[in-house]
Structures are given as C-alpha cells and as structure tokens.
Design a protein around this ligand. Structure first.
Ligand code: FAD
Length: 417
C-alpha cells in the first residue's frame, strides 16, 4: 500500500518550523508511548511503521517469543518442502533499523482505563495508546484432553512438526482426517489448500490413503471454482469432502470424532477447532463483536469500539476483511498512520484502502491465486470489497508456485526487515 503520509508529515513539520502552523501537541515532542502486544504479522508491521512515520514515538513491542514463526507457508512443512527454521523471523531489524524496543514476555493483563499492561514478570507498563495484535485462540474440543493427539497445526510451531511426524509414521492405505471450522477463522483458503497439498503428498508417499475433509461450513468458503475442481477431479481418488459437518467431541484413545453427521475415525487427525480472538483481548473486555468472539473496531483507525485509546489489529479484530497475514500487515499500516495523526491532533485518513493476495498450493508444485481489494464505505462504516480489484486465477500452474515464494519474501520483508 503506498502511503503519501511521510511527505505530508515532512511538509507539516516544515510549515510548523516556519511558524505557519501551530506546533504539535506537547506529547509528540516528549515521546508519546505506544505499547504493541504481539509481534506477529500485524504487531511487527505496526511497530515498524509507527517508528518510520512517527520517529518521535516510543514504541515497545511485546511478544512471548523471541522469534516469530510464520503460519504462512507452514503447510509446506507437512509435505517436507520447508522446515520451520525457514519460516522464523527475529526482531533485530525492528530494533536496529527502526528503534523499536522489544520485550520478550507474556502479557497477562491489559487495563484499558489506566492504559496499562501487566507482564508475566510482574512489571507494569503504561502508554498513551495500546495496540493488541495477539492473533487467535481455539475453542476447547470436548473430550480432547491432549491437543497434541489431534494437532491443529494452525499456529505454526511444535504442532506443525508433530503433525508432519504423525503423517510420516502412518502406514500407506490409512485415513487422514482434516476438519475445517465455521467461519470466521484464520486464513479462509488455508484448510482447502492444505487438503490439496496433503492429497498430492499422500498419493505420492502413502499410496492407497484417503483424506477425509470435514467442513463445518455448507460449502467451500472461498475460491470455489479452483478448490472444487481440485477436490472432485484432480484429487478425487484421495479426497472425500463432507460439508455442514461440525466436530462435537473427540476421543484420542480410539482416534474417533463424533460429528454432526456421524462418527469418523482416522489414523491421523488434523483437528482445526473454531477460533476466537487472543485471550488477552477477551480478558481486557474488548471481545464485543461476532457473538463475543472478536473485537469490534473502527476501521478508520482500528480503535476498539469498547475502549478509547486501545486498538486491535490482525486476526483478533472483527472486520469484513479476511483473517490473513497480508491483511494484518495492511490493517497495521492504516492503524499506524491513524495513531501518528492522532498524536499530531489530526483525524484519521477518511478513505483507507487495503488489499490482500493469497496463493494456494493445489499440488506440491502448482498453485492458484486469489486477490481482494477493500475500500472504506462511509455509509456502513466498514471496509467493502472492490470487485474490480478482486479475483482468482483460472486454474493453477507452476509459475504461480514460484510467484508465491516471491510474494512471501516481499511480505515478510515489509513486516520484519
Ligand atoms: C496454515 C496457514 C497458512 C496461512 N497462509 C496464509 C497466506 O497464504 N496468506 C495470508 O495472508 N495469510 C495466511 N495465513 C494467515 C496468517 O498467518 C494470519 O492471518 C496472521 O498471522 C495474523 O496475524 P496476527 O498478527 O493477527 O497474528 P499472529 O501472526 O499469530 O501473531 C500474534 C503474535 O502475538 C503473540 N502473542 C499472543 N498473545 C500474547 C500474549 N498474551 N503475550 C505476548 N505475546 C502474545 C504471539 O506469540 C504471536 O507472535 C495462514 C495461516 C495458516 C495457519
């Protein structure tokens, strides 16, 4: 997203210095503080761009991990085409190039009124603005006492490696089950592309195996043309697709799922539960949208509709945009711009635009793509899809697979480098 803000800010600064404009409010000069919770796709982008566009701001980024592991591309770990190390990013550039302060700690409480953040270490930090970007949490699955028995691998990390090991250990001719939760969930095309990739891998490495895909939704939730021809034609010998099938409970001892359409068993079960905002968003009282699952925000600045001065970006927020890393990066830039303007006593950009691109692995070497543009609709107060800036590829090919790698490198560089 191109941002004319820097030039405009430089002009404003020049005008102020020349006495043509009132000076910025005192807190801009005195290093107003912003705390960012979560150093993933949304939080890392926000911290970087706050410092780029607001060099006077004191920005502290807190994450429980010293390194971020990207979910994007992580299904390729399951097929053995990537390892987790190739998906890990640290915060060195944010510190050294942009002057972001990093704290590796768990945030255990946020007080939106006092604008304070309590860390697991016991330290309490205060700021003029707090931005929450903690991603998602999963609903518990009745009966599943050990989540590792049926890994979601929907937060990249140890469960991704575990699911890979379980797939490798399965005998040929076995059944793998993959469950898709009700919308809204993280990465709408993600489970379908994982299914296609696994179907190709199973056909090559575990001949005679089946992939049973249980979708809690009534149909493919996105890119229907490509996924339906991949599921029913290309991978028709491997994939069995059941719609409107919700997981009710799980029994790891017998590797059985009770679902709304009957019981199923598998040798490996990739159980992706229903999702909600990060628990720190809920415990701060900000989960006031999507039946209490996600945080309502004003999409002009991503300020919570429940608390002034507190913002929520990325997968934890409830907007009309998909829960995706590319969109998280875009939301972060809109939010950063709005916060810098707010400290200068200005209103947010009244017409923000965001966009998202996504590549889906249809086989281990071929991909399709999807892109979507959004613009602010003042009548609804929401981001509305722009049909002329949205679309999908017709089919899939090896060139798209290459472009997927280029797109990923560029997105991660914009976020972490
Ligand atoms: C398999 C898969 C494939 C995907 N593919 C794509 C794709 O192709 N394109 C795309 O755009 N998106 C894709 N996504 C979606 C994308 O990964 C997410 O939408 C994106 O990561 C959301 O960014 P976020 O910043 O909201 O959350 P995250 O990136 O998850 O970051 C949240 C951060 O907050 C930290 N955190 C949480 N709570 C606390 C706390 N209390 N204290 C301290 N730290 C905390 C976490 O450690 C984490 O680092 C995919 C997702 C999956 C699972």
């Amino acid at each position: 997203m191109s941002k004319p803000v820097l030039n405009r800010r430089q002009l404003l600064l020049a005008a102020t210095a020349a006495g043509l404009m009132p000076a910025f409010p005192a807190y801009t000069r005195e290093k107003a503080r912003v705390i960012v919770i979560g150093g993933g796709m949304a939080g890392a982008t926000l911290a970087k761009y706050l410092r780029k566009w607001g060099p006077n701001l004191q920005v502290t980024l807190i994450d429980r991990n010293a390194r971020y592991t990207s979910c994007i591309m992580s299904s390729l770990v399951l097929s053995g085409q990537r390892d987790l190390a190739s998906l890990q990013y640290d915060y060195t550039a944010l510190v050294q190039k942009y002057g972001v302060k990093i704290r590796t700690d768990e945030v255990v409480a946020v007080d939106p009124v006092a604008r304070s953040v309590t860390l697991g270490s016991g330290k309490v930090l205060r700021a003029e603005r707090i931005v929450l970007a903690p991603g998602i949490e999963f609903d518990p699955v009745p009966g599943l006492t050990d989540p590792d028995a049926m890994p979601h691998a929907w937060k990249a990390g140890p469960q991704t490696t575990l699911l890979r090991q379980q797939l490798l250990a399965m005998q040929p001719g076995g059944t793998v089950v993959l469950t898709i939760p009700k919308v809204p969930y993280r990465c709408p095309p993600g489970p379908y592309e994982r299914a296609c990739l696994l179907a190709d891998w199973l056909a090559k490495k575990k001949p005679g195996s089946k992939l049973l895909v249980l979708d809690a939704n009534a149909d493919f939730v996105t890119e229907k043309d490509n996924f339906s021809s991949a599921f029913f034609d290309l991978h028709g010998d491997v994939i069995e697709y059941r719609t409107s099938t919700e997981v009710l409970s799980a029994d790891a001892a017998t590797m059985t799922l009770q679902t709304s359409t009957g019981a199923v068993q598998g040798q490996v079960i990739n159980l992706i539960p229903r999702q909600r905002c990060g628990s720190i968003v809920a415990s701060a009282g900000l989960a006031n949208a999507t039946e209490g699952r996600f945080a309502g925000v004003n999409v002009l600045n991503y300020e919570s509709t429940a608390a002034a001065g507190i913002h929520v970006i990325g997968d934890s927020s409830a907007t009309t945009q998909p829960k995706a890393g590319h969109i998280a990066n875009q939301e972060a830039k809109v939010c950063a711009d709005a916060i810098v303007r707010a400290f200068a006593g200005e209103q947010p950009d009244p017409a923000p635009v965001t966009n998202s691109a996504c590549f889906s692995t249809i086989t281990m070497t071929k991909a399709s793509w999807l892109h979507a543009g959004f613009q602010y609709n003042p009548a609804t107060g929401q981001m509305a899809g722009v049909p002329t800036a949205s679309g999908a590829s017709i089919g899939w090919n090896a060139d798209n697979f290459e472009q997927m790698n280029d797109w990923f490198r560029a997105l991660m560089a914009d976020t972490f480098a």
